[in-house]
Ligand binder design. Structure first.
Ligand SMILES: NC(=O)c1ccc[n+]([C@@H]2O[C@H](COP(=O)([O-])OP(=O)(O)OC[C@H]3O[C@@H](n4cnc5c(N)ncnc54)[C@H](OP(=O)(O)O)[C@@H]3O)[C@@H](O)[C@H]2O)c1
Length: 323
């Protein structure tokens, strides 16, 4: 986990003048409002509306722009105090029409926890499950790990199988393609989570042409705009965004600051919604996968996938506000 904290911010813009405009007196932070009983803030209004969708270029299949991650958030034990909020996180996700859930066999207990909750809710057929070949070397090790993932997720196939962090990339991607041929995954992909890996990832996109890439992108980590987004559009590769909140660091940066008044123009009433709208505004982006363990934060995040996205001026204003 410590390497995931290896955060690289993009260079700061010096647009001080357009930083934060005051403020809608609306709730900008729902982190503490949850069914766990720690709530100090009122619960958000329920999700309403229709999630935006984008097409996966290699197939034309449309998927909702808001998905969810499971790193950290689903790495829990089997006690009710941990599982009950996650049950509600999943319920709200499915009720809103969201589908894409990203996980990995190396996210602690995330796969068995997710698999159990999906089975209990009976919602497997409503989901687009993305897992990974992670930290393995060679065909046999990869296959063994994938079969364990299927077992833990209580399914006989996934929608997306990704090679995690460019480890043993060519062998693992070949395995993923073999599994695609067998109908065990619909799509194959490559992932990373730091900007320093994006040049290598871009080269591999050109060479290997996966269906998906998954990379980090946020107002303070904009490196993907350089090569990944243009290449994805040229080559017809779907883009999944991780760390849209920079692993939660963005919330620390705006702590105590009101949501800017212009957020209303795009129907947003929280920082989370602005960050997610930022992540999905580039046309190259297909889906973003924010992670949360809190039902009210899930509702908040889902709202980021409804209505208008950010224009260039709004995007620059948000970047400036965080610099
Ligand atoms: N190499 C890779 O392939 C790779 C690497 C990193 C991540 N990922 C994937 O991407 C997913 C997302 O990345 P991430 O987990 O690093 O971080 P993230 O989504 O950027 O941030 C998660 C953090 O944001 C908080 N949060 C979520 N919604 C919020 C809201 N509405 N208001 C306030 N706080 C909120 C969460 O806390 P609460 O639980 O308290 O809400 C958590 O601390 C991962 O779960 C994983 O599936 C993949």
């Amino acid at each position: 986990m410590s390497s995931r904290r290896d955060f690289i911010s993009s260079s700061a813009l010096s647009i001080a003048a357009v930083a934060l405009m005051p403020l809608a007196a609306c709730s900008q932070d729902t982190t503490s409002a949850s069914i766990t009983g720690t709530a100090a803030k009122p619960a958000p209004k329920p999700f309403s509306g229709t999630l935006l969708k984008r097409a996966i270029p290699s197939s034309g299949e449309q998927i909702p722009v808001i998905g969810m991650g499971t790193s950290g958030s689903f790495e829990v034990g089997d006690d009710a105090a941990s599982r009950d909020p996650l049950r509600e996180v999943l319920k709200r996700f499915v009720a809103a029409g969201a589908t894409v859930i990203d996980t990995a066999p190396t996210y602690g207990t995330a796969e068995p926890v997710l698999g159990a909750l999906i089975a209990e809710a009976g919602v497997r057929d409503k989901l687009f499950l993305a897992t990974k070949l992670s930290g393995v070397t060679g065909h046999n090790e990869g296959l063994k790990q994938f079969n364990q993932s299927l077992n833990d997720l209580k399914t006989d196939k996934v929608e997306l199988l990704q090679v995690h962090n460019l480890g043993d990339t060519e062998t693992q991607l070949a395995l993923a393609r073999e599994l695609k041929q067998q109908g065990k995954t619909k799509y194959v992909g490559l992932t990373h989570y730091v900007e320093s890996a994006q040049d290598e990832l871009a080269d591999l996109m050109q060479k290997l042409k996966p269906d998906f890439v998954q990379i980090n992108y946020s107002p303070i980590a904009r490196g993907a705009e350089k090569r990944i987004f243009p290449l994805a559009q040229d080559l017809g590769i779907a883009v999944m965004i991780n760390r849209a909140f920079a692993d939660g660091k963005l919330f620390a940066q705006v702590k105590g600051k009101p949501v800017p008044d212009w957020a209303k123009e795009v129907g947003a009433d929280s920082w989370a919604q602005l960050f997610l709208k930022y992540a999905i505004s580039p046309p190259a982006v297909t889906v973003v996968i924010p992670a949360t363990s809190k039902p009210d934060n899930q509702t908040d995040n889902l709202k980021g996938g409804v209505g208008a996205l950010l224009d260039d001026k709004q995007r620059a204003t948000l970047v400036a506000a965080l610099s």
